[in-house]
Design a binder for this molecule. Structure first.
Ligand code: SAM
Length: 257
């Protein structure tokens, strides 16, 4: 495994407990977009969806609640454990698999694969190609893969002057989390280096995590080329999710086998 990938996994292992707090998302809005995409591209009304890099299961669980048969796959045990616990607490039947996107094999091929926020965790471009090729191989004949990656132009404009660390304070019922991150994006490699400090204060005490991870950014043309090289037949690129009205930070890709 590449060094950057191993560092990213160590990052998720450390932050699994606080991940849902520090990375807020419009889960319902994004799932509305996913449902719309699936509805337009698939004959079966509620197909089985494979959630690649499902993390703490935020999207896996929301889609399961909406009646989709879901399988969540992730490489980080600690993230999966949280996803499993949430599904169990909600009485939802969801399959979970601990595996690497680059080399998993499903016993039954998927109709739809979905990846939110996980393709950008793969730093080495040869590995990204490997992952896309493997995902394609695990899809049925007319299956498709929907995923997002960070838009290079959006993030470059935002961070090129290096505005310095940003802090978010997230107050819960009995927990306050201070999340500070410093985002540096290299124009040539398209790799973002993010240093974070997360302090959690709750009845158990105060704990600080200092972490660092990398994320790969893409232009529309770059990601389209990689998807095509992996053998996908048709590609549609959307400038983001519908729920994000302005300033869409992610490129959404629909790749058909
Ligand atoms: C940014 S998180 C996104 C989690 C989830 N999709 C969400 O949006 O809440 C990325 C997830 O991808 C997983 N991941 C990264 N590289 C992976 C790989 N090569 N194979 C499987 N999972 C991977 C990480 O463990 C992490 O849980």
């Amino acid at each position: 495994m590449a060094k950057a990938d191993a560092e990213n996994i160590a990052y998720y292992r450390t932050l699994a407990r606080v991940y849902d707090t520090i990375v807020p998302r419009d889960i319902k809005g994004i799932c509305d977009s996913l449902e719309e995409i699936v509805g337009k591209n698939n004959k079966v009304k509620k197909p089985h969806i494979l959630d690649l890099g499902c993390g703490t299961g935020r999207f896996t669980i929301e889609m399961a609640k909406r009646g989709y048969a879901m399988t969540g796959l992730d490489i980080t045990r600690e993230m999966l454990d949280i996803a499993k616990m949430k599904a169990r607490q909600m009485g939802l039947k969801v399959k979970f698999l601990k595996a690497d996107i680059k080399n998993f094999t499903l016993s039954e091929k998927a109709e739809v694969a979905w990846a939110r926020g996980s393709v950008g965790d793969i730093i080495d471009l040869a590995d990204v190609g490997k992952a896309l090729f493997n995902i394609r191989n695990n899809l049925r004949r007319n299956g498709f893969f929907v995923f997002d990656v960070r838009d290079f132009h959006y993030h470059y404009i935002k961070y090129k002057t290096n505005p310095g660390p940003e802090t978010r304070i997230i107050k819960g019922i009995d927990r306050t989390t201070n999340f500070t991150f410093d985002y540096r994006l290299d124009k040539d490699s398209r790799i973002g280096d993010i240093e974070e400090e997360t302090t959690v204060r709750d009845p158990r005490g105060t704990k600080t995590y200092r972490t660092r991870h990398q994320l790969r950014h893409y232009t529309k043309r770059e990601i389209a080329r990689l998807v095509r090289d992996a053998g996908f037949k048709s590609i549609k690129i959307l400038p983001g999710y519908k729920c994000e009205k302005y300033n869409k930070p992610r490129i959404v890709v629909i790749a058909k086998k």
